[in-house]
Design a protein around this ligand. Structure first.
Ligand code: DLZ
Length: 153
């Protein structure tokens, strides 16, 4: 169950949804992607209308999303990545770049791009947000459908 937000039931049939997933920390990004898929299917999105793309790390999800937009393959996208803070400043640079990059895609492209990026201080935080009832993928999938419908309205 997601804290603080509810979603109205919607019909996602006919919507084309992209999932761009980073392979870094795949023990977390894989179940999150499953959560996104479950939400899409529960709302009627057809398997043939889901485009899944893998990229190496969170830094690359922006390029993957832009590719799907430029090739007109989707009506909305969920970018999935898990950044875990280490000892260097890498985490800060990548987190900020991905956050701003996804914001730019939303504003410039007109295609909704969901910020499915976990920025965690440790593995426990990533674990807690990617598994079972608290898997953030499900509400991110619902968000993509809602925004795709808004875009088409
Ligand atoms: C290099 C790097 C590091 C240190 N940590 C992560 C991480 O926690 N999560 C993630 O998705 N990617 C990480 N990366 C890889 C970068 O996202 C990117 O793939 C490389 O810097 C190459 O552009």
């Amino acid at each position: 169950m997601t804290k603080g937000i509810t979603f109205e039931p919607v019909n996602g049939e006919g919507l084309r949804i992209g999932i761009v997933k980073a392979r870094w920390n795949s023990q977390y990004t894989d179940p999150i992607a499953q959560g996104v898929l479950q939400a899409l299917y529960d709302s009627g999105v057809l398997a043939k209308d889901v485009v899944e793309l893998e990229v190496p790390g969170a830094y690359e999800v922006m390029y993957g999303a832009k590719h799907l937009i430029d090739t007109n393959q989707v009506d909305a996208i969920v970018c999935i990545g898990v950044l875990i803070k280490g000892e260097s400043l890498h985490f800060e640079y990548i987190s900020e770049a991905v956050s701003l990059g996804i914001k730019d895609l939303n504003i410039i492209s007109g295609v909704p791009v969901v910020f499915g990026i976990l920025t965690c201080l440790n593995e426990a935080q990533a674990e807690a947000r990617s598994q079972g009832e608290s898997n953030h993928g499900y509400p991110w999938g619902q968000t993509a459908i809602e925004m795709a419908l808004l875009c088409k309205s």
